[in-house]
Ligand binder design. Structure first.
Ligand code: TXA
Ligand code: MG
Length: 332
């Protein structure tokens, strides 16, 4: 399968006022059980009808994703989200009111309408209302909730542009909606709201202090042991092909690079405030850095380097998502 499929078409749409004809064509494919990649504010998603087990199963096939890793269901507003949840705790109400539409995913008890393949057989479902106009237009036009993991082969870097999706999934999916670059650039914050205390499952650009301002104390997993992380979420994830070497800010990236050069390896250094040999992210602002990180990694990954040496941003809440993704990208 997959090999015989024709090249996947890329359909351009305006990111702010998407053409309704293009959106309707994509929506029709989704209603027919096909896979369509679409932009969200975080990363591109690979959409399928969340209520159709066969359609969702084909996401796993196209991505090579383990069946133990559940997928996020996207809806166009909070009431459509509520309709898929078996319960709607007060913390869900508060977080939805504060952050939806936007880059946060709520893990809730599921209803019988959600097929097992979506939740990896578990009793909970992860739901998100995205803020991207193309995603919202598509959800409304399709008239169905969309299961959508990031639109990349399993363990590869997430896509923040249509070209990244094409490179990874060409010939394996029905269409790609191209709405330009994603503005947030990292996957959503995932929180479990089924218990008495809200639990962070995946850090994102909606940070722990932002969550705590809305719901009080939030439980944060132990990064080292991975306790209380999302099911099926592997340590190795979001990786470029080129091995990453992470260096904390207070140690010396130059001497790390020198050692690599002495071993006849060709490194690129993504420094905190400089770069070797050609350019860097050029910001020390977390939202700007996050928005550019995956694109830069996609680019340097294709640059013929043997190692990517990265100076880590500071260990503070606003950098937690960036540091999490860099640590995962460095795990092989
Ligand atoms: O920003 C995002 O969240 C993007 C866009 C497309 O919305 N999607 C995304 O999906 O990153 P994916 O499949 O790459 O990551 C989904 C994460 C995984 O870590 C998965 O384990 C977790 O959400 N997850 C999904 N369902 C869950 C559930 N029922 N309980 C706990 N974690 C769940
Ligand atoms: Mg992913």
């Amino acid at each position: 399968m997959g090999d015989e499929m024709p090249a996947t078409p890329i359909w351009s749409v305006d990111a702010v006022t998407p053409d309704s004809g293009v959106i309707e064509r994509a929506a029709a494919l989704l209603r027919a059980g096909q896979l369509v990649a679409f932009p969200t504010e975080t990363v591109y998603g690979l959409g399928a009808n969340a209520l159709d087990a066969t359609a969702v199963q084909s996401i796993f096939t196209a991505k090579g994703r383990p069946a133990t890793n559940p997928v996020i269901v996207h809806t166009h507003n909070t009431s459509a989200a509520k309709a898929l949840a078996g319960a709607w705790p007060e913390s869900a109400e508060k977080l939805a009111a504060a952050f939806w539409p936007g880059p946060i995913t709520l893990v809730l008890p599921k209803t019988a309408a959600i097929p097992d393949v979506v939740t990896a057989g578990g009793p909970t479902v992860a739901i998100r209302v995205p803020s991207h106009s193309v995603a919202l237009a598509l959800l409304k036009a399709a008239g169905i909730p969309l299961a959508a993991p990031s639109a990349n082969r399993s363990t590869e870097l997430s896509p923040t542009r249509a070209e990244h999706v094409f490179k990874s999934l060409n010939g394996r999916i029905a269409a790609i909606l191209d709405g330009g670059a994603c503005s947030v650039g990292l996957e959503s914050t995932v929180v479990d709201v089924t218990g008495d205390t809200v639990k962070l499952l995946r850090p994102g650009m909606i940070t722990v202090p932002m969550l705590e301002a809305v719901v009080g104390r939030v439980m944060v997993p132990d990064v080292e042991t991975g306790v209380a992380r999302s099911p099926g979420q592997m340590r190795k994830h979001y990786s470029p092909r080129t091995p990453l070497v992470l260096v904390e800010l207070d140690s010396d990236a130059d001497s790390v690079a020198k050692e690599l050069i002495d071993q006849n390896l060709k490194p690129i250094i993504l420094g905190w405030d400089y770069v070797y040999p050609y350019r860097w992210i050029d910001t020390q602002q977390p939202h700007e850095y996050a928005a550019r990180l995956y694109e830069l990694l996609h680019e340097v990954d294709a640059g013929g380097f043997d190692r990517i040496v990265i100076e880590m941003p500071p260990d503070t809440p606003e950098w937690a998502a960036v540091r999490d993704r860099l640590q995962r990208a460095a795990t092989r």
